[in-house]
Write a protein that binds this ligand. Sequence first.
Ligand code: C6P
Length: 420
Amino acid sequence: MKNPKAVSSDSRTTALGTDKIRKDFPIFSQNIHGKPLVYFDNAATTQKPRAVIDALLFYYQTQNANVHRGIHYLSEIATSLYEASRVKIQRFLNARESKEIIFVRGATEGINLVAHSYGRTYLKRGDEIIISGLEHHSNIVPWQILSEQTGAVLRVIPVSDKGELLLEEYERLLSKRTKFVAVGHMSNALGTINPVKKIIQMAHHWNARVLVDGAQAVPHLPVDVQDLDCDFYVFSGHKIYGPTGIGALYGKAGLLEAMPPYQSGGDMISYVTFGKTLYNTLPYKFEAGTPHIEGVIGLGAAIDYVLGLGLDKIETYERELLAYGTKALLSLPGIKIIGTAKEKGCILSFVMDGVHPHDIATILDRQGIAIRAGHHCAMPVMERFGLPATARASLAFYNTRGEIDALIQALKHVREVFKT
Ligand code: C6P
């Protein structure tokens, strides 16, 4: 492997100010197995900037209290910070109203909330739900369970050899039986960015509701839920440089208002007697129990941080980095990239002739390079490509061309190890 000092940016990768940005992330000041950390597992979770860590620390040291309950100074501070984060997310997604933002544990819980509350209320036997062949398990299993419980039928949009959704096939699947469409904005296994606006328009033509799983998209692309006209949009805070255990569900107010609560208990009520309970208004109707207050505050800090860098700049930088990484990977003999869609986010999923992806990941780890290997919780995608697993390098704005070069050197080393 090259000198670890090579793991830095060069003049072409500093448009975003990567050298400076990396200093915002304390985790990069350490070595892993004696090598500088090269973190290429951003699709699994991202690293946290000092601004987020400090917001969490400051909250616990000076602001900790429960929200929406206490009539005391700290509770008022905590409540105002909590609600300020909701407004940040509203603006971030360009939702019409802050009450359309529901705090959840992450994308998975957001999808489950909709499948449970909307799905069980409005879907019935014979109705059809369309998902795509690119989905993460979190956007498959809740719809499968819903189908089993309601008698609705699950249909799947097929995927091309490049990893793109076949929209002609989608068109054929749509009918007056279609009541719900759930698709990912960006595939975690391949990086494909789906034409969600078009997918939504086509579904709305048949009066079907649409949920977009934005877990992989929001860290990389500007998202405007009003422009997309999606009915629901979900994402996870930890994939956008925020804490784990917190995320958001956007839903159109009219739909959320017409849906029953998902969970029940404190905060989601306005009046309780043993005979009857009146539910709270939006968004609280869907936020039962003491919420993940510091998570919400940390997520707000993460959004501020990302917006401070500028999503347009991030997108441009990451696109260049992906192109650089793609070219570099393809220069290696015996490597095949899985997922070559025209519209693609910064994910490099690949296989190497004669080497299992887990072996690649293990050898890379010894070089301080973190990638993910496996099915990426998207087994049907692996099946589509006839593979048990891929190796996946998922990039972020703090990654550099120098780090890609280190990855390439390490992959050459893997090849050497498996030659002997
Ligand atoms: N994908 C990955 O390594 P949660 O766990 O709720 O924060 O996110 C679930 C999820 C939903 N949709 C997509 C498209 C995702 O990529 C993920 C999480 C991680 O690819 C962990 S499996």
